[in-house]
Structures are given as C-alpha cells and as structure tokens.
Ligand binder design. Structure first.
Ligand code: SF4
Length: 350
C-alpha cells in the first residue's frame, strides 16, 4: 500500500471509530445475515431495509429455512421492496449452498461470486464482513465517494469507468481492519458524501478529495445522458365472483417475475378473446377504469387501467391451472403481489 492509500485508509478508519454506524442490525453477524442485508441494500436505502430485514429473518432465520421454503413464500416476504429478481436469486443461491456446499457459505471468492445475485461487490462484502478477508466493495455509496475523490470520468455503465473505480477500491482498501474500512466507506457515502449537497466540511477525506479542491462535487459521478423514459399501458382484468378473484402468477423472469398479479391484456377489445382462451366464457366488463395507477419502473412508466368483470358463478375450469387461481379476498395477503396491484385491490375494497 503506498503512502497516499495508507493516509486514505487511516482517515476513513479514524472517522469510523468516532462517527461511523456501529448499531445496524446486520453488523457483526454471520455470512447469511451479511448476505441478506447486502442484497436488500442493493437498490434500497438503509432505513427502508431495516423492517424488511427483520421480518424476513423472523420467517427465514437461517440459510436452510430459506432454501427449504417455496419461492412463493419468499416473494411474499419480499413484497414492497421491489426488484424481485433479488429475491429469486437469493432463493436460488440458498438452494445451491444447501445442496452443493453442505449448507455453508463458500469462503472462496471465485465460488461465491458465481452464485446467483452475488456479484463482485456483494462477494467482497460477505468475505470481509463475515470472514475478515481483505476484499474491496463497490456499492453505490462507495462508487460515489471514489468518483468524487478521484474525479473519475464517465458513468457507471461504462466499463472503463467501472475498471477505474475497482482499481481505486482495490488500492485504498487496507489489509487490516477491512470490515471496518468497508463499513466506513458505505457510511461516508450515505451520511456525508450524499448525492446532492455533500457535507464536505465534515468529511474525513476532504484534504485529499480532488472534487472538493476544484469545487466540482456536483460534476461527479458523471451522469449518463438522459433518454426520455418510454411510456407503456396495460389493462388488468379483475374477474370477481362473490368473494373470489382470479389471480395470475407472472412468468419467473421479467417485471414482477414470479409474483401473483391480475391477468393482463393490451386493450379492451382483447378481453373477450382472453376469456375464451383461459376461462371458456365471455362476460363484458361491468366497469372500465382508465389509468387507475401510474407505476414508475427504472426504464419506463406504466399506466394501469382496470376492467372489472362480475361473474355469477365460477367458470367450469381454467385452461392453465398452474398459473391461474381463484383466491378468496381474505387470503390475498398470503400471496406475493406487486405493490401497484396490492394498491388497486385495496382501493376496490375501500
Ligand atoms: S470531500 Fe466532499 S465530495 Fe469529497 S468525498 Fe468528502 S463529501 Fe465527498
């Protein structure tokens, strides 16, 4: 480690001992808990994650409980956190660790990094936090600190930028106290070097920060040139018969993968054809509510309209019994549903 890297690590560690967070529920925990927290934190803020993390652990206290559970139940405990591929990968990786690693987390970086949903940074976090090994991490907070400190050009989607950020992360991560250092970098990113208006006067790195020196904090990390978000529409079908409604399990990949939702068609003229194909009936909607909810995905926004179809009796059959089910309204909570669908159903019950 050269002198500059040593000063960087010392400044970060000294700050951590005095101001860093020492009371997060996943600190000083085993690999399972570190892994779970890292995956939940990938797209979500600490304060949002904490209650989900605690509820998830109550139901799945260890890796075996998670691996033995059904994907439906895992998704149900993930609902509301979004980015459901994280939950599906968590479940897949738990099964692999149970079946191929005797239920113990691999301590080898190469074995860990190839597990579903565990990339280079999450593997580094597990190995440094749970096993005390020297591996750098590069989550969103750490990227921002390094990009500003060293005025790294380009945006995160560019491989040259990521290469440079990883190079810097490797260079500044110390061989001793790696876990404390990694925690401190995440804390500095989330508490001090925040996205807008970083609190540079309180930052332990200000003496060596190039952005601070050049008053260019707002220019880093550089942003990907914006494209206008496309706009999509869908029509959800709410078939209702007394207290039962028809739910559809979405395909395992794609948006809301594996979650239960309402069947969808592109437009009202397709409702009858859908009914004939899946329920062998034709029943016109009682009501058509346009644009009930607009949901924002990272790459597009979705306007959801709703067709409410009242049935006097349940149809004789469903052509795809594996992915469609009549569910009693009081049992809806047992199914993992995307947030907008839950909102639509609760609006209707009010
Ligand atoms: S000095 Fe400011 S810009 Fe530089 S790392 Fe610290 S908070 Fe971020």
């Amino acid at each position: 480690m050269d002198a500059d890297a040593a000063s960087f690590a010392n400044a970060v560690l000294t700050w951590q001992r005095r101001y860093g967070r020492h009371d997060l529920p996943w600190q000083q925990q085993d690999a399972y808990r570190v892994w779970l927290s890292e995956v939940m934190l990938q797209q979500t803020q600490v304060n949002t994650v904490i209650p989900y993390y605690q509820n998830f652990l109550t139901r799945f206290p260890d890796l075996k409980e998670l691996a033995d559970a059904s994907i439906d139940e895992v998704l149900q405990h993930w609902q509301g956190l979004g980015y459901y591929a994280r939950a599906r990968n968590l479940h897949k990786a738990a099964i692999i660790i149970r079946d191929q690693h005797q239920g113990c987390f691999p301590r080898d970086f190469a074995e860990l990094e190839v597990l579903p949903g565990i990339g280079r940074s999450t593997a580094g976090a597990i190995l440094s936090f749970a096993f005390g090994q020297r591996w750098p991490i590069l989550d969103g907070n750490v990227k921002r600190v390094l990009a500003r400190c060293f005025r790294v050009p380009g945006w995160y989607g560019q491989s040259a930028t990521m290469k440079q950020l990883w190079y810097l992360a490797e260079a500044v991560t110390p061989g001793e106290y790696t876990a404390e250092f990694n925690q401190a970098m995440m804390d500095i990113g989330s508490m001090i070097c925040v996205k807008s208006k970083p609190k540079c006067e309180a930052c332990p790195l200000k003496d060596m920060c190039a952005s601070y020196r050049h008053h260019s904090q707002a220019e880093y990390p550089q942003k990907k040139p914006q494209r206008v978000k496309p706009h999509k529409r869908t029509l959800m079908l709410l078939h209702r018969c007394d207290e039962q409604i028809l739910l559809w399990r979405r395909p395992p990949s794609g948006i809301w993968g594996g979650l239960w939702s309402l069947p969808e068609v592109d437009e009202a003229s397709a409702v009858e054809l859908w009914q004939q194909s899946f329920l062998s009936i034709v029943q016109s909607p009682r009501a058509l509510q346009q644009d009930v909810i607009r949901h924002q995905f990272s790459h597009y926004s979705l306007d959801i309209s709703l067709a409410i179809i009242e049935l006097e009796a349940l149809p004789d059959g469903i052509s795809d019994t594996e992915n469609y089910a009549w569910v009693d309204t009081k049992d809806i909570g047992k199914h993992g549903l995307p947030t907008p669908v839950r909102k639509i159903l609760s609006l209707l019950q009010e």
